[in-house]
Ligand binder design. Structure first.
Ligand code: ATP
Length: 233
């Protein structure tokens, strides 16, 4: 579904991504792991059109999107749920969800709202609540729900577990699996390597802008280098 070939991203003299190749098959969950500054977010932003690529190629569903605008990329079905949740704090839960469907202007969004409320019953209970007053976990659910309102084909999640209690993290990861089971392909960036591997079909570990290791989650769970570097031995 997605092929990233020889991707490079520079910020002035800083080489954040130094020529990486990534492949994502339809209906898979693919994770990108790596320490702070490894180039994970830059890779995601290059795919979703938010940063300029220095070189490389990105093909989505057979179409070259290397130089496409963010609007075009969204229209094709690549939707990113940003790091740090970033809900609109002064709007209600339901208003935030409706904003998520803005790229589908004029279409009936009742079905999507229902899907999101089924996935996250807590959002339904709180649909009239002001988003800024939700707990961290609920705001993360809202950010994911808002992304789903745009009906992604490829849903990109940047650090969905960041700053959340373990029980909520478990719940979020279970939901990510359900979203995949409903037919959405997922690209996940995570520092929580164990949780990510548990739900992933394929994993890339980045180190200073390059792919250091890649493989299926079960291959990587047996890899000594991965165990020491990402799973605390
Ligand atoms: P984190 O988990 O901290 O977000 P990351 O793996 O996502 O890390 P990136 O955010 O992609 O890594 O950063 C890769 C490198 O690029 C780092 O050295 C970072 O300091 C640098 N970098 C990122 N954004 C910019 C920017 N806008 N201007 C200059 N340098 C940047």
């Amino acid at each position: 579904m997605l092929q990233v070939k020889g991707l490079r991203v520079n910020y002035g003299a800083v080489e954040a991504v130094k020529g990486i190749d990534i492949q994502i098959k339809k209906n898979n969950i693919v994770s990108i792991l790596g320490a702070n500054g490894a180039g994970k977010t830059s890779t995601l932003h290059a795919i979703s059109g938010l940063v300029k690529k220095t070189s490389g190629k990105i093909i989505f569903d057979g179409q070259d999107i290397t130089d496409s605008s963010v609007e075009e990329i969204v229209r094709l079905g690549i939707i990113q749920c940003p790091e740090g949740r970033r809900v609109f704090p002064k709007f209600t839960v339901e208003e935030n969800l409706r904003i998520g469907a803005y790229s589908r202007k004029g279409q009936n969004i009742k079905k999507e709202l229902q899907t999101v409320y089924e996935l996250f019953p807590r959002l339904f209970e709180r649909k009239k609540q002001i988003a800024g007053t939700l707990s961290g976990g609920e705001q993360q659910m809202l950010a994911i729900g808002r992304g789903l309102m745009a009906t992604p084909k490829l849903f990109i999640l940047d650090e969905p577990s960041l700053g959340l209690a373990p029980k909520i993290v478990e719940e979020i990861f279970e939901t990510i699996k359900t979203i995949r089971d409903e037919g959405v392909t997922i690209l996940l960036v995570e520092q929580n390597a164990m949780c990510a591997m548990n739900i992933s079909d394929y994993v890339y570990a980045l180190e200073v802008g390059k792919v250091a290791v890649q493989g299926t989650a079960s291959e990587l769970l047996q890899n000594e280098q991965v165990k020491n570097a990402y799973l605390g031995g």
